[in-house]
Design a protein around this ligand. Sequence first.
Ligand SMILES: [Zn+2]
Length: 77
Amino acid sequence: MNESQEYESQEQPFQEEATNVNGNKRRLTSDVWNHFDRKTIDGEVKAECKYCRKHLAGSSRSGTTHLREHYTNRCKR
Ligand SMILES: [Zn+2]
């Protein structure tokens, strides 16, 4: 019945997009998330330190600078 549509879907123009997988680009999700768990508390995204369980702002809008500073300088692991 819909053979013409099926044929169309095989012609995807996106097959050459393999470059992102190779890690050439800097990852947007940075390695701070190896040290924090992301949690949603009262509708706010929080980063919970895996070592001291402290909660810090964790939304992507907040950035990750303060998180990195926490585990590199402040946190007594
Ligand atoms: Zn900590």
